[in-house]
Ligand binder design. Sequence first.
Ligand code: TEU
Length: 584
Amino acid sequence: DPQPNWWKTGTAYQIWPASYKDSNGDGLGDIPGIVTTLDYLKNLGIDIIWLSPMYDSPQKDYGYDISNYQGIYPPFGTMNDMDTLIEECHNRGMRIILDLVINHTSDEHAWFKESRMNKTNPKADWYMWKDPRYVDGKRYPPTNWKSIFGGSAWEWVEERQQYYLHLFVKEQPDLNWELEEVRRAIYKEAIEFWLDKGVDGFRVDTCNLYSKDISFPEAAIALPEEEYQPAFKHFENGPRMHEWLQEQRRECLDKYGDILMVGECPASSIETILAYCSPDRNEFSCVFDFDVVDLGTNRTVGGKKHQSYKHQLPEFKQALAKCQNLIQDFGAWGTVFLENHDQARSVSRFATDKPEFREAAAKMLAVCITCLSGTLFIYQGQEIGSYNHSADWSIEDIRDIDSINAYNDVKNRYGNDPLWNKKSMRGLATVGRDNARLPVQWSAEANAGFTDPTATPWIRVHDDYKNVNIAEQLQREDSPLKFWQRMLKFRHEYQDLTILGDFELHDFYEQKTFIFVKKLKGAGKRGSSEKELLVCCSFSDEEEPLDMPGRFKSRSLELLVSNYGEANVGKYLKPWEARIYLVK
Ligand code: TEU
């Protein structure tokens, strides 16, 4: 077999710059701060860094509203700092990819400022402008579409007497990809500029939303009590997506060689994903689909954060199995991840953050995902088992616009009622985006070592940083951090099974355990006499019987990894235990 692409076997680590590491004591993370941690990341076993937006931006959506693709947000640093970061990553044999946010810009981008002035300027059609509807003399937006972050997806502009479309907040107007001129400008300014600087690819933000149904139909009523309705059907995976992505490859990306283009592709079926990343399509290298992180949210049908619920374990297995399926049955590539900057912490959501089990649970999740095929992405703080903030926090502690909108939405509908407010905060403490955006806990010092001890961090520090922090875990052999370090080595050492092998789910219907096998690619349904990995994970506060696959009765099993130490090989799994056996 040919050598697998670097981006298939590499482990990626996502950095969300505002909350990662502050070097100058202003309470906000920055690029020089990131540079000081590169040895830490290298030692952890990281091969690829995904840097969330560091571009110039009014920060309405924390950098996902870009006002200049070729500028750096000044509090994060300078272009020189970026050049240094890229160089220092490469010096250590690591790659770096940036976030590519080209579905929309900030409303303060020069393109939009010009576009909004009147209907005749050279950029008049660069965004999605539409005339209002009038009913009984009253003005309404062109459609009933709801923005992904709440409220109408349309915003009125006096100067033009028109609305523009914004699928996210109103400060994020959607670009008009229908116009060739717009696409060319994006390729040149947002993509080529950075590839010329040597970055190794991009994580592509909301990469399936560029093409909308430009007949702009009304969305079906899913939320009868509300004015605006979820309209994903009319703007997700639209009719011209593939034409444009292939054009982008041909005219722009192909000349840069084997770069990583990982697209964010929420709520997509296998067929939809394949259309973006089966090898013959050459559009994306792989995508993030959201089956795992959308569990318990009903996001795409308008579910609210305060209505999120605890999923069942078989749903979790099924969601993870999708990517395995994509790789082994369809020859495409995929991603494995449980966290990012939009999601709550995996320990809290998919395992447990009860103090007595939290560390075992964090290690168990590490075992689970490091044994799966696909490019592995971990998110800052995940390596120490960071967990969600408390539901006792108040809305004043929250910075994320999506979360604040969700809170206000409940308040507007049910009044300023303490029980509803409490319910909202419980929702945010379960799935709110700020769970991932609290400062990284570097040490037990004041401000968790994220910034100067006397500075005021831009967002509240997690209450438990004295217990859960990198400095402490670096010194403790049985810490989640040290465990992750070993697991990332293990993943490479056994990569013909972990990354490149085939997956067999042993116990789909079990509610408390997740047991699967990884075997050599093409080994077949019944396995073979070749080596295999047997991965056993408990999702239970109690001891659970261990259901060994029958076909291993005559094979010899060697315990390679356990989150309870080598000694535990009994026929019961301890609470949140994980074991990996080599089957010979
Ligand atoms: O997120 C796209 C997306 O689908 C989000 O709606 C996500 O599901 C939501 O944040 C969960 O609450 C991307 C970025 O990752 C996100 O940070 C940006 O806010 C968004 O695009 C707009 O650029």
